[in-house]
Design a protein around this ligand. Sequence first.
Ligand code: NAD
Length: 476
Amino acid sequence: MSRQVLTPDVCVIGAGAGGLSVASGAAQLGLSVVLYEAGEMGGDCLNTGCVPSKALIAAARTAVTLRTADRFGIAAVAPQVNWDAVRTHIQGVIDTIAPIDSQERFEGLGCTVLREMARFTAPDTVESDSAIVRAKRFVIATGASAAIPPIPGLSDVPYLTNETVFAQPTLPGSLIVLGGGVIGVELGQAFARLGTQVTILEAATLMGPQEPEAVELVRAALANDGVDVREGARAVAVRAAADGSVVVELESGASVTAQRLLVAVGRAVRVAGLGLEAAGIAFNKRGIETRDDLRSTTNRRVWAVGDVAGREQLTHAAGFHAGIFVRGALFRAPASAAVAHMPAVAYCHPEVARIGLTEAEARTRHGDAVTTTHWSMAENDRAQTERDTSGFCKLVLGRGGRILGATVVGEAAGEAIQIVGLAMASRLKVGALTGLISPYPTRSEVVKRAASAYYTPKLFSGRTRQLVALLNRLPV
Ligand code: NAD
């Protein structure tokens, strides 16, 4: 069969969050677009990542609400978890969102959608079963998948990843989560809340580079949910037990046994089989080597967006990258993906939202110029009314009140952090946050309160009091 030869303005490889945003942007600007996707439209976020995990977390949270209803004078009940129904709920959410990412929608926008594997055969050519594509520009948006560590025995046992964990036929009675990063903590807590006995094995410390006081609150919450968290626990071997359960052996000599094993030790970028060498596209284990405008350092026709671009591996980063491509490559305007205000949220309970630098990172870069200011959820009236006061807002500030970073912990922290995001994106200083009038009672008020706390020592200092005393002597 002879293959069609296509010469679009833009060829996008990968129909996940990044690739779809590039394709829709380019198509709506009137450019011709070929969009490749060999798997499910929508990529990881929709099918095996953010959407199913947040749907699972919502179900798990409901179980906790039932279990702890007596806080509010309502009889607490032991929730009856019907895993089949939980799976139906998760799939229902995916199905509701899916049309936005569907082949039909993108064809409707004018894209040529090819559901096959694409690979570069030359610097300006991509080929697949049915087509040869010579595009003016190529955008690699192939994402990442669960990294599988070379632990002896792991490949001989059935293990779960984010791709299979939501579709398990039964709710596991016990589960080992290998890796205590964001994925391990979010899913480990959710399964524990649904009734699974969960052990999280983390080689280093839980949740990686976060404010330690945020991690402390998550540790306490996990303990409260009955999760057995082992930090400094490096898995060195895995084997199957006679009854079909999985045994993980640790460096310390201890071992842990559970019915199922979930591997969540990081993400490996998808570059295999893409023919990058044939196109002279430099890459390393973090992804395609790109300049700050996301253009390949070695092939001028090629850009990379999303997880494979070797930067933040977040859905909203992928969407942001698509905007950088449109601005830089299509409008030929200055564009940079190297920004200080990229937020990241761990949707565990309490939710941990972070933007910019942690205090430790800021001190490494800016030394003694760094100050922090803090406000506790215990001093937030909305948190009190909801009987959930675990959390805080911490602002990390540089010279003159420049905002270097922030962490908000607590219910809806991901909403509150956006105020700091706007301030950072607009290069506002901490003073701007004090000008905000937060509706009472909202949790986001912690951001304004933390900012105001920065000025409290100055506001109520001896000098200010003297000034007010002086002004007070003037006639009214
Ligand atoms: P991660 O890199 O965040 O954490 C993996 C953890 O596994 C690390 O803490 C590491 O020390 C540990 N580890 C590695 N080898 C180990 C071993 N042999 N034994 C025990 N522990 C071991 O990876 P992740 O949690 O898989 O997340 C991957 C990416 O996905 C991150 O970049 C994250 O930003 C993104 N993500 C984000 C969200 C979110 O923002 N809500 C949700 C899911 C994923």
